[in-house]
Design a protein around this ligand. Structure first.
Ligand code: G3D
Length: 201
C-alpha cells in the first residue's frame, strides 16, 4: 500500500526537467534576467538587489518550476574568451535564451556574430530560441524592428525551430513572464516530438 501511494504521489507531483541556456555578450543583462526570473517564479525566493548584479564570469545557475515543468537555467559568461565554452553545453540544452543589449548599438554587430555562430551549430537544430531585446526601459534604446533589421541575414539560419523575439527589461521585469511562458510551451511540446538527431545513438 505504501509503495502504491508513494508511486501515485511521485506520479502526481513529478516534474519534467529542461535545461535552458542563457547566452549573450557580457553586460547584456543575463544575470539580471535570471535573478528577475527566479524572483517572479519562485514564491519564496529572496533574490539579490537587481541593481547590484555584476557581469557573469563563469556560470550562474537557477531553477524554476512552471506547472509540471522544471526549468534549469545555465547563464554562461559572454566575454569573448568564454564564448568558446558555450558549445560544450549545447548537447544538454532543451532551449536557448539569447539576450541582446538594446542600448549598446556599438556592440550589436559583435552580438550578431556570436548569435550567428550559435545558431549555426548543428547540435542546436530544432531547439527553441527566445531572443530578448533587453533594457527596453531605457528611452534611447534600439527598437525591436531596429534589432530585427540588424539581425536580418540570420533569418535563414534560424530555420524551422520555434523562435520568438521579445522586448524585455530584466530590470523592471517587463516581458519576462511572456518569454518564459513561451519557452515552457515550446520545450514541453518538443518532448512529444521525435528525438533530435543527436539523441539517436
Ligand atoms: P551579464 O550577466 O549579461 O553580464 P548583467 O549582465 O546582468 O550583469 O547586467 C549588466 C548591467 O546591465 C548591470 O548594470 C545591470 O543592472 C544592467 N541591466 C541589466 N538588465 C537591464 C535592464 O533591463 N535595463 C537596464 N536599464 N539595465 C539593465 P551595472 O551598472 O551594474 O553594470
Amino acid at each position: 500500500m505504501y509503495t502504491l501511494l508513494s508511486g501515485l504521489y511521485k506520479y502526481m507531483f513529478r516534474r519534467d526537467e529542461y535545461c535552458i541556456l542563457i547566452l549573450g555578450l557580457d553586460n547584456a543583462g543575463k544575470t539580471t534576467f535570471l535573478e528577475q526570473t527566479k524572483t517572479r517564479f519562485n514564491r519564496n525566493y529572496k533574490g539579490m538587489s537587481l541593481s547590484k548584479i555584476t557581469t557573469t564570469v563563469g556560470l550562474n545557475i537557477g531553477t524554476i518550476d512552471v506547472g509540471k515543468a522544471r526549468l534549469m537555467f545555465w547563464d554562461l559568461g559572454g566575454q569573448e574568451e568564454l564564448q568558446s565554452l558555450w558549445d560544450k553545453y549545447y548537447a544538454e540544452s532543451h532551449g536557448v535564451i539569447y539576450i541582446i543589449d538594446s542600448t549598446d548599438e556599438e556592440r550589436l554587430s559583435e552580438s550578431k556574430r556570436a548569435f550567428e555562430k550559435m545558431i549555426t551549430s548543428e547540435v542546436l537544430e530544432g531547439v527553441p530560441l527566445l531572443v530578448l531585446a533587453n533594457k527596453q526601459d531605457v528611452e534611447s534604446c534600439l527598437s525591436i524592428p531596429d534589432i530585427k533589421t540588424a539581425f536580418s541575414d540570420c533569418i535563414n539560419k534560424i530555420g524551422k525551430r520555434d523562435c520568438l523575439t521579445q522586448a524585455c527589461s530584466a530590470l523592471t521585469g517587463k516581458g519576462v513572464n511572456e518569454g518564459i511562458e513561451w519557452m515552457v510551451k515550446c520545450v514541453v511540446r518538443n518532448i512529444h516530438r521525435p528525438p533530435r538527431q543527436k539523441d539517436i545513438t
